[in-house]
Design a protein around this ligand. Structure first.
Ligand code: NAD
Length: 263
């Protein structure tokens, strides 16, 4: 299937590692030009060099939880031309004890996981509407519809992204612009590796055993009973960005191996 993504300009936030880097790689394989982002100049530069072996890459370092840095990022992106696909991937997650989460920590989650997405989406959606084409894809989580008791701030932030995406899709009604959220389940990344340490500690278990028994003990409703791969999530995102997916709009696309036990 030709996904017709050649030479499209794609922005992927938080793409120096994990799912974001996987998404960037999959777009590059389809011939798109990709803007890589992460917080550290050094890491952005090294990943940009690494991915240049596959296709055309530009790197822009910015902490998107910071409004001023996000504005500078947006300006630099616009310098490369009209954005065809915005992938809001960057997000943080960790185990937290609900009763001890402070107001500041709640605000931090909102800023990192929600406002970062709002900042970029409100900058690029109007341009997409004007050019009557474009895709906004936001990485939410299965936790956005199945809140996790040990990750309530994360779950709330991911629910907000589903609502935000649907709201923006309503704004794009009748155009060729689509806006969707994507709900991965447990996917093996560096971020998950460090999450597992916290989760094992909270469950008072050895890390190795906790990780090995994770699906049996912690995610019994998963139908695949394994971590998804970064590539499985990335390829779903790339498909949603394609012309072939133009009738998929305003949805929360699950890539969670069937963990959500609802029709
Ligand atoms: P990760 O921690 O492995 O990678 C995150 C990336 O974001 C890194 O490149 C990091 O440098 C970058 N980043 C972090 N803070 C940033 C900031 N302030 N500004 C710019 N870049 C920043 O994470 P991951 O597991 O790949 O997760 C990526 C997304 O997928 C997140 O939104 C996460 O919530 C979501 N998700 C992950 C899983 C999973 O199991 N891995 C499941 C559901 C949803």
């Amino acid at each position: 299937m030709d996904l017709q993504l050649q030479d499209k300009l794609v922005v992927v936030t938080g793409s120096t590692g994990g799912i974001g880097k996987g998404i960037a790689t999959s777009f590059l394989r389809e011939g798109a030009t990709v803007i890589i982002n992460g917080r550290s100049e050094e890491r952005v530069q090294s990943v940009t060099e690494e991915l240049s072996a596959i296709g055309k890459v530009h790197g822009i370092a910015a902490d998107l939880s910071n409004g001023e840095q996000a504005d500078v990022f947006i300006g630099k992106v616009k310098g490369y031309g009209a954005v065809d696909v915005l992938v809001n991937n960057m997000g943080i997650f960790e185990v937290m004890d609900f009763t001890n989460v402070t107001d500041e920590e709640w605000m931090h989650y909102f800023n990192m996981n929600v406002l970062s997405v709002i900042r970029l989406s409100r900058a690029f959606l109007p341009d997409m509407l004007e050019q009557n084409s474009g895709r906004i894809l936001t990485i939410s989580s299965e936790a956005g519809v199945k809140p996790l008791p040990h990750m309530i701030p994360y779950s709330v932030s991911k629910s907000a992204l589903i609502s935000l995406s649907r709201g923006m899709a309503e704004l794009a009604k009748g155009t060729n612009v689509t806006v969707n959220s994507v709900l991965p389940g447990p996917t093996w990344t560096e971020g998950v590796e460090s999450y597992m340490k916290g989760a094992a500690e909270a469950a008072n278990q050895e890390l190795e055993k906790f990780t090995a028994d994770y699906f049996k003990d912690s995610e019994p409703t998963s139908l695949i009973q394994r971590y998804a791969t970064v590539e499985e999530v990335a390829d779903t995102v790339v498909f949603l960005a394609s012309k072939q997916a133009s009738a998929i709009n305003g949805t929360a696309q699950r890539v969670e191996g069937g963990i959500i036990r609802a029709l």
